[in-house]
Design a binder for this molecule. Structure first.
Ligand SMILES: O=C(O)C(=O)C[C@H](O)[C@H](O)CO
Ligand SMILES: [Mg+2]
Length: 403
């Protein structure tokens, strides 16, 4: 099964999404997600100039060899741009192999380890009451797990909070980076009240998650972990920037709140120290950004040895193609924890017809051959690319802070 054509389709049905389509001499095609939020065109250029020309004529069945060729062979290893390009190729090749076998992708990975995939949704509000209403809406829709984020009194804008009730938030919300303001003291004094209010109203049965988005220092994160213990979070996510990985040992020594990290990781080497030192509980590396199914499988298998479970990143800035592939992976992976889910816009759902289905707080990946997600190219062409950037974050005195 030789690769004859490779095309990169960029569209913006509500937000920018990049799709790689590999066609073969057998008439089958496979698709992969290559979206790197706010850096979409960098991946497109990498694919167009360095990857696609080298793929033509290769046997699409040789997934491992193609992965090694693109990673080992490149000399310039790792990095989000390179690994997203490799991730898209790998995802498209697994889609092709499963289609050629006439099987849903999870069968090729080793079959199902579970019947359905628990996801967490996003409840956001400008204040605690607004957030509680959104939690309510999620509970009524069947969710068993909800991430809660809300506005912080005294801070004008808060990461991860939708502009209007009932809407989803969009991280890349401006042409050039908007400037947000951050104040750790105000945040730390306030956010436990949100957890308390959720537990008071919804009891202990609901899984509760929270994302700090890399904004604390290790000792501040340790304090938040301790403050959160009475509300037994499912996880506290990205409590510090993860470049300094030994920092997690310090946090770990102070708190039993489970820790999740990894949505900005792109290699097993980003995950290794955290996993081997058992400093985290959930690894969030993504199929698109961490080199595809072939590489994330290695990460998950390393994690399994150390009781670390998967909790893949699943925001709207990963396309339905990544979501579909992730749900097949989640069906198989023995050390599954949870899957993030943010509903895509109606336009995106129409551009990417898919076999996965939501019911009762869980997803099933569907039974069609491949990963079960397609692209309607004619419709995609009606939504041209628009530059969009993630914001930056400053302290009140103007110091640039972590985002
Ligand atoms: O989904 C999450 O947990 C996020 O933190 C979303 C990120 O802000 C977003 O994907 C950045 O592109
Ligand atoms: Mg996050």
């Amino acid at each position: 099964m030789r690769i004859t054509h490779a095309r990169i389709i960029v569209c913006c049905p509500g937000r920018n999404l990049v799709t790689l389509k590999l066609e073969t001499d057998q008439g089958l095609y496979g698709i992969g997600d290559a979206t790197l939020n706010g850096r979409e065109q960098a991946v497109v250029a990498y694919l167009e100039e360095h990857v696609v020309p080298a793929l033509i004529g290769r046997d699409a069945h040789n997934i491992e060899d193609i992965w090694q060729f693109l990673y080992r062979g490149a000399y310039w290893r790792r990095g989000p741009v390179t690994m997203s390009a490799i991730g898209a190729v790998d995802m498209a090749l697994w889609d092709l192999k499963a289609k050629a076998a006439g099987m849903p992708l999870y069968q090729l990975l080793g079959g199902k380890s579970r019947d359905r995939i628990m996801v967490y949704g996003h409840a956001t509000g400008r204040d605690i009451d607004g957030c509680l209403e959104e939690v309510e809406r999620h509970v009524e829709a069947g969710y068993r797990a909800v991430r809660v984020q809300c506005g912080i009194p005294g801070i004008a804008t808060t990461y991860g909070v939708a502009k209007r009730a009932g809407e989803r938030y969009e991280p890349a919300d401006a042409d050039l980076p908007a400037e947000h303001v951050w104040d750790t003291a105000k945040y730390l004094n306030f956010v436990p009240k949100l957890f308390e209010a959720v537990r008071e109203r919804f009891g202990d049965g609901l899984h509760l998650l929270h994302d700090v988005h890399h904004r604390l220092t290790p000792i501040e994160a340790a304090r938040l972990g301790k403050l959160a213990e009475p509300y037994h979070l499912f996880w506290l996510e990205d409590c510090v920037p993860a470049e300094n990985q030994s920092a997690f040992r310090l946090i770990r020594q102070h708190t039993t709140t489970p820790l999740a990290v990894g949505e900005v990781f792109n290699s097993i080497h980003d995950c290794r120290e955290l996993i081997e030192s058992q400093s985290i509980d959930y690894i969030r590396a993504t199929l698109t950004h961490a080199g595809g199914i072939s590489h994330v499988r290695r990460i998950a298998q390393l994690a399994e040895l150390y009781h670390v479970r998967t909790g893949f990143h699943g925001p709207t800035d990963l396309s339905p193609v990544c979501m579909g592939a992730a749900l097949h992976f989640d069906s198989w992976v023995p050390n599954f924890g949870i899957q993030e889910y943010m509903p895509h816009s109606e336009e995106t759902e129409a551009v990417f017809p898919h076999a996965y289905r939501f019911e009762d707080g869980h997803f099933t990946p569907g039974e069609v051959p491949g990963h079960g997600v397609d692209i309607d190219e004619q419709l995609a062409a009606k939504f041209p690319y628009r530059r969009a950037s993630l914001p930056v974050n400053r302290l009140e005195d103007g110091t640039l802070w972590h985002w």
